[in-house]
Design a binder for this molecule. Sequence first.
Ligand code: TXA
Ligand code: MG
Length: 335
Amino acid sequence: MTEILKADPDAIARAAALLLDGKLVAFGTETVYGLGALATSNTAVAHIFAAKNRPRFNPLISHFARTEAAFAHVEPTELAYRLAEKFWPGPLTMILPRKSGSTICDLATAGLPTVALRVPRGKTALALLEAVGQPVAAPSANPSGRVSPSDAFHVLRNMHGRIDAILDSGPCSVGLESTVIDLSREVPFLLRPGGITLEQLESVCGTIRNPDDYATKLPSSPGMLASHYAPGLPVRLNAESVSENEALLAFGDTLPGAGLVYNLSETGDLEEAAARLFAGLRFLDGEGQRRGLQTIAAMPVPRHGLGLAILDRLRRAASPRPVAGGDDDDLESMI
Ligand code: TXA
Ligand code: MG
């Protein structure tokens, strides 16, 4: 049974108690819903990997209510302090060398000498983390390889019965995952574009290494597999025309002739588009399959600001799948 908790102080206290008891609780952050477990417990974290069907070599982000609590687990650099000052709480994840004596368990870090840290901005998430008072490991609350959840309904649909509770704080304001920056190398390295833009990071870091062609390079982060965020229908990128057997993920002025349309932002606003991306993919996938459509065609999005993160997710959604795409609920068919 999965308890559904509407975010209020009692629900937050209940969710915190469940987490402290080693249970799995999905909770809303400003980016996407996370599937939380106590990061200090290998047993609790093992439940995350099982519920998501996630490969165990893929490490998890540990979440905290405050910067000092997060940095107690790592060797923070001067740049890490500056980034925390500017972007935490917020959609930025920093990878830093793990401090010996950190209580974050090996399963959460996949045995790596580094740890991924984030202080989210969501009010409910912060209250929950404060109440737990321990690091909370949380990947996005979707089956591995599938579209991330930006609403409690998405979590419910994919994870009901597989997790102990969902703390429902409504739709996520940013709508796609945090930016992941690796600060454990000589130069900062952007591992995943996300809610903090490259331009914002560069204003604090100066030069950042940014492997632009993620889809063709070897993954530089264990979780950056080429195929990810995959809906059941195949995705076609950079659509400049569309046919009636296709569903169209539009941006700005839509194209004529599609069998079904979801516009990320009619006015071409990238923030709005980011917030609507995962809901749009889910809608076109579900409704498109019901109508017998063959493909999701995605219109081009500008390559700056949040556009980079949107394009990254779309490229992964369009990548060849290791296993044929199936229904979202068909957990057995997923890697
Ligand atoms: O917005 C977010 O970041 C959401 C919310 C719930 O906080 N979480 C999230 O987690 O997206 P997940 O597990 O879906 O993505 C975390 C990414 C993965 O690509 C993982 O491989 C990478 O961060 N990562 C975690 N620890 C790492 C490490 N030590 N070194 C390199 N990459 C790491
Ligand atoms: Mg994820």
